[in-house]
Each structure stands twice: as C-alpha cells, then as structure tokens.
Write a protein that binds this ligand. Structure first.
Ligand code: BES
Ligand code: ZN
Ligand code: ZN
Length: 490
C-alpha cells in the first residue's frame, strides 16, 4: 500500500512543500488560512473558487519560509466547518496532490480535533493499494509526507494508530481471493499481533469440528481451502467494559452450488470485510491503549461449489445446537456468523457487534455509502449511532418486523437460511436469523447485540472524500469511536 507518513516539522508556505488550505463555501467563500494569502474575494471569484466540497485549486503565493514561490492547494469543505467536512476536504486534497512529496495543512485557529480530522482525511484519502501493480515505478515510489501546523507528536501517534488500522483493513479487502484464503487470513492475524498485548488463537477445521461449529464448517466444506475461526482478544488491566466483535470472513463468495451469475461474482473477494474490520479495530484499540476489553471472532471460509459442497436441502447443526436447513448456499454469511455469535455469547460480554457484507438487499435499501444497523437493544443502538456521527461513517437503524419470524420456519429443521422466492426485507430477514443465536446474560436477558450490514459501504467503485477506491475500511473508525466512548463512561 501507499500511505502518507505524518511529520511534525514540515515548513509551510515554502518552495519545498505544498500548503493545503481549506476554503469555506458561502456568499463569499472564506480562505481559512492562519496568514493572509493576499487573495481577495474578487480574485477568488475570477479563479472560480466557491469552497464547494470536492473542489481543489493550486495557486502560487510568495513563500514566507524562503525567497521562492509557495504552492497553495485550496480545498473546498462546503458551507460547514466540522470534523467531517475537514476530513473530506483533506481526502480530496490528498488525491489532488498525487504528484507531491510533502503537504502541510494550515487551518486558522484549529482545534486539536480539527487537526486530527485533516490528517486522518489526508492519509485515508491518499491511500492506494499497489501490491499487485506490475509497474515497478508505481510500486516502489517514495512515501509522501504530510503534516499540519500545530499538530503534536501525540496527535500524530493517535492518527497513525487509527489510519494504519483502517489501511490494513483495506489492504486485506483489496487482496485477491487466492492470495488470501482462510489460512492466509489467520496467518495475517497471527503476524500483526505478534509482540503486542493481543492474544490470537486459530481454530483449524479439526478444532472447529471438535467445537461443533457446523455452520462455518458447512460453508467451507466445498473448498480446497479449509475454513478457520480466529479469536483475537485484548484484555487491558482495569477494563471498564467488554465488547465482542464477530466478523463475516468469506474470503471468496461464489455463491456455492447456488452459484452467483458471472457479473455478481466479481468483487466477492470483499466478503471478508467484516472479519478484516475486526482485526483493524482490535489493532487500533490496543495501539491506543483504550481500557476496554475486546474479543474478536473472525469466521473464515471460502464459499465454493464442488462435489463436497453443501447442497440446498442439507441441514447443518450449528454450535448452538440449533439446526438450519440450507435453502440457498449463497446465504452463507449468516451460517458462519451464527457460530461466531454463539461463541461470542459464551463469554457474556456487555455487547456483541457483528459486522458483515451480508445482503445485496442492504444496498437496495440504503445505497452504497450507508451501513444498515439492526439491534435488540435501544441503548446500544444509540451508542453505535452516536459513534457513527463522530466518525462520519453513515449508519441507519432498521427494525426486525415481527412477521419475519414466520418466514424462518423449516419443515425439517429449526429454521431455514433463506426463503426461496421471497426477497422482501432481505437485510432484516438475515438479521432476524442472526438474532436467534444471540445468547443471554447471567440474569437471563438477551445480551445487547448490534448487527452492521456493510454490503454497501465496504467497497467503493470510485473514490469520494477520504474514502479511496476499493475496500473502505468502514466501520473501523466507528467501532474505535464507540470503544473510546465506553472508556469515557458513555
Ligand atoms: N456476500 C453476499 C452479499 C452481497 C451481495 C454483498 C451483493 C454485496 C453485493 C451474500 O453472501 C449473499 O449472497 N446474500 C444473498 C442472500 C440471498 C441468497 C438470501 C443476497 O443478498 O442476494
Ligand atoms: Zn453469498
Ligand atoms: Zn457472502
């Protein structure tokens, strides 16, 4: 990957760097620099600068750091100055500065949170996945550097912890499926936490069988690349809460015997995004030292058709003991997640969050930038939505209508995994299936559970704001924000 390196000591308004200045849109646009650039309203008008989000323009000004001229990149942030508009403006700026080695942000009277937004947006917006480019020049180019006037070492460390976790998640999503089969994913998990406070345990197919994980085993049985479950756990001293994360980790979803049409199969390497975001979140939370315990379960399998694949009509016995009649092998995400949710429930955490590229229906309902949220507990749904407001990663809460229960009935097992011919409320139907596997707490009440269907926002066809093309790393930043809010007692 290519990702900008952050520095504290870059010089602004010099002939050696490009200084990036946000512009606020309005009747007359406002240049938000800390020094007067000598560009008045009339000139801005003649230059066509409006401050609209997405707009960038390079101008030359006299350098203050030396005798030369300094390049200034004006980047529009729209009519509101807030963390999200600054992140987006910086993300767009990073891509506009593709050819530039050093960028410094100048924002007048910047609060620390605003500097964080600019640096985060810049690093995330400029990320590129280059590992599989044949052209050496693209692969080996030098790493660009970036900074912001007023940003401290501590802030840069924080931004690094968060952006490197997001970019690692993106790398995993972008990796071709044959280069990241379940075993490879488990190896990555083992490697990235080597020497950290995070413990990693890998369950191979034998262990999965010993542990009665018939869901993930069933999905994986058609592939030459056997399934895995990876448990990652971070248990800081004095933890104020315990959150379990369960990620869908289908390293490729062909649909299995209920095979997808050719066009719909393209892109299905991304079907492990949920599991990747579990690793990303745990990595950032551990790097930031947040006093919240996290147990992550990555449920990994390759969904392939073959002579050994599960068939429509088969019945799987899941870890919970509940049986599932498979009516569609392409509804495999819920079959791996149900075992993960059961495993997570066994430790009775304060909340279980599952993250999955689960349904095409989520995209039909909410488009490709919004995560579909379903939960069993209003308080935790509220906490998640509040975290999503902070991160700028959009989420929308949806219900589980009671009439869906009826549609889960099977004539031979405890439930079916899909209702053939009935496509209504596909996202909510999948959530209703998952909810059946959420266990009870010690008092016998259902453990709070939040389901995040990221089928839409997980992968983007063309970059926007600070979301680069390809895997987005959504919802890692939201999950970090949620965990931080728990540590703050919210
Ligand atoms: N991985 C897909 C979900 C998906 C589909 C994400 C399209 C992004 C784009 C999932 O495993 C799947 O195939 N779901 C089926 C469920 C159906 C068979 C009940 C779907 O959404 O069509
Ligand atoms: Zn599928
Ligand atoms: Zn899938």
């Amino acid at each position: 990957m290519t990702m900008a390196e952050l520095k504290t000591n870059l010089t602004q308004y010099s002939s050696e760097t490009v200084t990036v200045v946000p512009v606020l849109a309005g009747e007359t646009p406002t240049i938000l620099s800390s020094v007067d650039l000598g560009i008045d309203a009339q000139q801005l008008k003649r230059l066509g600068v409006t401050g609209e989000a997405g707009e960038t323009l390079r101008v030359l000004v006299a350098a203050s750091a030396d005798d030369g001229e300094a390049v200034v990149l004006l980047t529009g942030i729209g009519a509101e100055r807030d963390a999200e508009s600054l992140r987006r403006g910086a993300g767009v700026a990073a891509r506009a500065l593709d050819d530039v080695d050093a960028a410094v942000y100048d924002l007048a009277q910047a609060a620390e949170s605003e500097l964080e937004a600019l640096l985060t947006g810049h690093v995330l917006g400029g990320y590129r996945f280059t590992r599989f480019r044949g052209d050496d020049a693209t692969r080996d180019e030098s790493v660009p550097v970036a900074g912001a006037i007023g940003a401290s070492e501590a802030l840069i460390e924080r931004v690094n912890a968060i952006t490197s976790a997001v970019c690692m998640t993106r790398d995993l999503i972008n990796t071709p499926p044959s280069a990241l089969v379940p075993e490879d994913f488990a190896d990555v998990a083992t490697d990235i936490f080597d020497g950290t406070d995070v413990t990693v345990e890998v369950w191979d197919e034998q262990r999965l069988a010993d542990e009665n994980c018939g869901g993930v085993l069933g999905v994986g049985q058609g592939s030459d690349n056997p399934p895995r479950a990876v448990r990652v756990s971070y248990e800081p001293a004095g933890a104020v809460a315990h959150v379990a994360l369960v990620g869908k980790g289908i390293t490729f979803d062909s649909g299995g015997l209920s095979i997808k049409p050719a066009g719909s199969m393209v892109g299905m390497k991304f079907d492990m995004s949920g599991a990747a975001s579990v690793l990303g979140t745990v990595r950032a939370v551990a790097a930031l030292g947040i006093p919240v315990a996290i147990t992550g379960w990555c449920m990994l399998a390759e969904n392939m058709p073959s002579g050994s694949a599960i068939k429509p009509d088969d019945v799987l016995v899941t870890r919970s003991g509940k049986t599932v009649e498979v009516t569609n092998t392409d509804a495999e995400g819920r079959l791996v997640l149900c075992d993960g949710i059961t495993l997570a429930s066994e430790a009775a955490p304060d909340c279980i969050i599952d993250i999955a590229t689960l349904t095409g229906a989520a995209i039909v309902a909410l488009g490709d930038r919004t995560t579909g949220l379903v939960g069993n507990n209003d308080e935790w749904t509220g906490k998640m939505l509040a975290a999503s407001k902070l991160s700028g990663e959009a989420m929308w809460s949806m219900p589980i209508p009671e009439e869906i229960e009826e549609r889960l009935k099977s004539s031979v097992a405890d439930m079916v995994n899909s209702k053939p011919g009935d496509r209504s409320a596909g996202m909510l139907y999948a959530a209703a299936f998952l909810e059946r596997f959420v266990g009870d707490d010690d008092a016998g009440n259902p453990i709070p559970w939040v389901h995040l269907d990221i089928a839409g926002p997980s992968e983007v066809k063309s970059a926007y704001g600070y979301v680069a093309e390809g895997g987005s790393g959504i919802p890692v930043r939201t999950l970090i924000a949620l965990v931080e809010s728990l540590a703050e007692g919210n």
